[in-house]
Design a protein around this ligand. Structure first.
Ligand code: URA
Length: 289
């Protein structure tokens, strides 16, 4: 007998075959999945709502309890040279970084960062994808185009920001073509000290964590991005704002709602950076009278 989860797997495989790399999950869907996971671990969560399609078959498919993530040794930030030289020296270390390589789950090509190593604004994503690996530069695919649009709306050229990822290699998958996956907690832990060293060198005035995975890697937060945004966090003494990943905006079917939320986050960031905010910028996405 076919189980509900088989239909879901067939659907996702079909999407993957069509070249779709991300699926949109709204907060409600995420909460249903979290509840399934909690039940599989034997932890009671809030009572299910009657309309939730909670199938016992799905529960048995839940992943096993994750092993504790062991902190990787820290990379040493180079002491000599200007910011650009120091970043280049870090990138050279990342090429053969043993804690990442020995996991055996990350692909070979190292993708480090792009932009101004002395920028006031640092943006951190999760990991390179297919396009980023090909071009060896973060955020050059469709999500990168969306990120460029956001920066432009803020009055910033992409080259004026420093753009990086928690994980410096594209997460691997069996039979992988153009499809990407999120990095695991282990993969993020293996690369996190590079981000720490980058922050030490760049000394940004503000960091934006792009999406829940980046926020998890950077800040140790789990849960929905909607719960993480709207306030300032801190990483290595630098204020951090969490917002939705640009790829999420590409697939969001919330109309302008999620775009408006990202823009609200960026207005906060602009204020933190002391960037001028025009009336026109302030009223993007405001409801027309
Ligand atoms: N998504 C990310 O998180 N990082 C990239 O570099 C590209 C897509």
């Amino acid at each position: 007998m076919s189980r509900p989860v088989d239909a879901l797997i067939d659907f996702l495989r079909g999407e993957e075959a069509r070249g779709v790399t991300h699926v949109h999950l709204d907060d409600e869907a995420k909460e249903i999945l979290r509840e399934l996971h909690r039940r599989a671990r034997g932890k009671p969560g809030p009572a299910p709502r009657p309309e939730e399609p909670v199938a016992a078959a799905v529960v048995s498919e839940a992943p096993p309890e994750p092993a504790p993530v062991v902190a990787a040794p820290a990379v040493v930030a180079p002491a000599a040279g200007g910011a650009a030289e120091k970043i280049a020296a870090l990138a050279a270390q990342a090429e053969t970084w043993a804690p990442a390589r020995k996991l055996g789950t990350l692909r070979e090509t190292m993708v480090f960062s792009t932009g101004d190593p002395e920028a006031d604004l640092m943006l951190v994503g999760e990991a390179p994808g297919y396009q980023e690996e090909r071009q060896r530069e973060p955020f050059v695919g469709p999500a990168g185009q969306k990120l460029n649009e956001i920066l432009k709306a803020m009055g910033l050229a992409r080259e004026k920001a420093y753009i990086s990822n928690i994980v410096k290699f594209r997460p691997g998958m069996p039979g992988q073509t153009t499809n990407n996956r999120k990095p695991t907690a282990e993969e993020m832990a293996a690369c996190l000290s590079f981000v720490r060293a980058e922050v030490e060198i760049v000394k940004p005035r503000c960091i934006v964590a792009l999406g829940g995975t980046a926020a998890e890697g950077l800040l140790g937060l789990t849960g929905s991005v909607s719960a993480m945004r709207g306030s300032w966090h801190e990483f290595a003494g630098i204020p951090v704002r969490v917002t939705y990943h640009p790829a999420y905006l590409l697939h969001s079917n919330s109309g302008n709602q999620d775009k408006r939320r990202v823009w609200e986050d960026m207005l906060e960031v602009m204020e933190k950076l002391g960037l001028p905010v025009s009336d026109k910028q302030r009223s993007y996405f405001k409801a027309k009278p």
